[in-house]
Ligand binder design. Structure first.
Ligand code: HXC
Length: 516
């Protein structure tokens, strides 16, 4: 073969590789409002930063006519590149090649990128758009998934892992994203389910559309499997770049510190008016977050799911913090099964990646009821206690209005592990609310009174003043400082600054046994 012929072969093979399943299938992909695997990589990475791995692999399997369906690259594009100058590894499944189905070599491409991400301490991002296990490759395909799941698990807590679902993700394929830290979904594009609508109809008789079963809204509002929901692929990919700017590349690094133009001693007088006089009246805790942390820096995680607790990342004087905040606007901010799961998993992510946790507390307790008890609120609530006690990152709590019972311990107890606890002047800290407490401990006195209703009110007030007052807890050392809401931003920053560089060790063990 002459050099010229070798070059012609190079050009022809390269063009075939770059075209994936060919022009017609690329057009079909675009018609569905979807980008191709390579276009997605182009939108995600810094310009011209992509280096491809295993570029020309083809299936080794020849069964069921696979010898005639060999596409260089085998239906997935993988390698490394940069996002805002920082290295990441990624894979992007190509639906135009055999429906993006996962065969042996396709899996090797993904797993190699995962392992190299781990070796180099770089985040791993997978873009999924696939019909699942390549049916023609049978157990080779199942083995491929096993490799990926294992690499996901080994990477967990070492490098951030993000799954972007931009098409179907069905059957056992869903478990790789489920092991990763964050799942992104796009409305009317993404689908995740173990068994699709047809199987469900055959087995249970239920009729449901793909979108209602496993679309972005189903997984952000109902199941809680997905963390972020978008209207378009472009919006999703741009957001992924932003999210990474809050995170370190691996568990040995601290998150990047960004330049802060918002003065850290900026007064927050608006927070004086945030709390309604009436303890039961709702307000939006996000107002406090938006006032106290760096302007426009808050990124809410799982905003649609378990809305009674708000979690997300923000910056404080340019430093990344993880916020966990009770949300009085939803179910009076009570902690239930889903809120406990959501907060516990978020805290564990923060702890894995050296992100300090700020807890904003206004919680009446854990949700009573048989559905919660029989659903395992004991086990689920325990996850949050476990996550906080286990975490070694700086943990700061601000008691905004009320902190009652076990929920107070989870959100703000120094002896559970919070390093610093602040409280607003009207904060109430107690085993339970004043009404409930008065009914129990003053029952006989109230019943014996000439006017039981008036007596009850008197006892409630007495309990509030004598027991719930933040200076009682401060007197025991459980609250470090009572602060003026107008100084919230400054007080939170000073608290964070006190604990930056904190190191804490734990007894040597293989791993704890979190109540799952
Ligand atoms: C091989 C597949 C495939 C698969 C799709 N294709 N899925 N090839 N293995 N799993 C091929 C199709 O044959 C077709 O090829 C091309 O991809 C496009 O598929 P279409 O069906 O034409 O596309 P569309 O109508 O958009 O439907 C997409 C789809 C559907 C919803 C994903 O293809 C589908 O239901 N596929 C099967 C999904 C599934 O049940 N997968 C197995 C899940 S079990 P041609 O050449 O005809 O155009 C699983 C177990 C994993 O994954 C366990 C891991 C632990």
């Amino acid at each position: 073969m002459t050099n010229e012929e070798a070059f012609a072969r190079f050009e022809e093979t390269r063009e075939k590789m770059l075209k994936g399943g060919g022009d017609a299938r690329i057009e079909a992909q675009h018609k569905r409002g979807k980008l191709t695997a390579r276009e997605r990589i182009g939108a995600l990475l810094d310009e011209d930063s992509f280096s491809e791995q295993n570029t020309y692999v083809v299936p080794r399997s020849h069964d069921f006519g696979m010898d005639k369906k060999k596409f260089p690259g085998d239906g997935v594009v993988s390698g490394s590149g940069r996002i805002n100058g920082r290295k990441v590894y990624l894979s992007s499944q190509d639906f135009t090649v055999l429906g993006g189905s996962l065969g042996e070599m396709h899996a090797i491409r993904i797993a190699d990128a995962q392992i190299d991400a781990l070796k180099t301490g770089s985040p791993f991002i997978q873009i999924n758009d696939s019909g699942g296990a390549r049916i023609q490759e049978g157990t080779l395909s199942l083995d491929g998934y096993a490799k990926i799941f294992r690499a996901n698990t080994l990477s967990s807590g070492v490098i951030p892992q993000i799954s972007i679902i931009l098409g179907p993700c069905a059957g056992g394929a869903v478990y790789s994203p489920a092991i990763t830290d964050f799942i992104m979904m796009v409305e009317k594009v993404s689908n995740m389910y173990i068994t699709g609508p047809q199987v469900i109809k055959a087995v249970t008789g239920e009729e449901i559309s793909q979108e209602d079963l496993g679309g972005a809204r189903a997984h952000t509002f109902k199941s809680g499997n997905a963390h972020f929901r978008f209207k378009s692929e472009d919006e999703c990919l741009a957001f992924t770049r932003r999210l990474l700017s809050y995170l370190p590349s691996n568990n040995k690094e601290k998150p990047p510190v960004s330049e802060c133009t918002d003065p850290v001693d900026r007064p927050t007088p608006e927070l004086k008016d945030l709390l309604p006089e009436n303890q039961r009246k709702p307000y939006d805790i996000r107002s406090l977050i938006n006032s106290a942390f760096d302007a426009d820096s808050f990124i809410e995680v799982q905003a649609d799911f378990a809305q009674n607790i708000v979690v997300g990342f923000a910056k404080l004087n340019g430093y990344t913090v993880g916020i966990m905040a009770n949300q009085p606007k939803m179910m009076a901010a009570v902690l239930d099964i889903n809120a406990s799961d959501k907060a516990a998993r978020f805290v564990r992510f923060c702890d894995s990646f050296n992100i300090p946790v700020v807890s904003l507390v206004d919680v009446p307790g854990f949700l009573p009821g048989t559905a919660q008890e029989h659903g395992g609120i004991i086990r689920h609530g325990a996850k949050l206690l476990f996550a906080i006690a286990e975490a070694t990152v700086p943990k700061i709590a601000l008691i905004v209005r009320k902190g009652y019972g076990g929920a107070f311990i989870a959100m703000a107890s120094k002896n559970l592990g919070y390093d610093r606890v602040l409280a607003y002047p009207a904060a109430e800290i107690a085993v339970m609310g004043a009404e409930g407490a008065a009914n129990i401990i003053f029952r006989k006195e109230i019943e014996a009174a000439e006017d039981p209703a008036a007596k009850r009110q008197e006892k409630i007030e007495e309990f509030k003043v004598q027991v719930m007052n933040p200076f009682i807890a401060a007197g025991y050392g459980y609250v470090d400082d009572v602060i003026d809401p107008a100084q919230t931003r400054k007080a939170l920053w000073k608290s964070l600054e006190m604990y930056l560089g904190k190191e804490e060790t734990r007894p040597v063990k293989k791993h704890g046994n979190m109540p799952l």
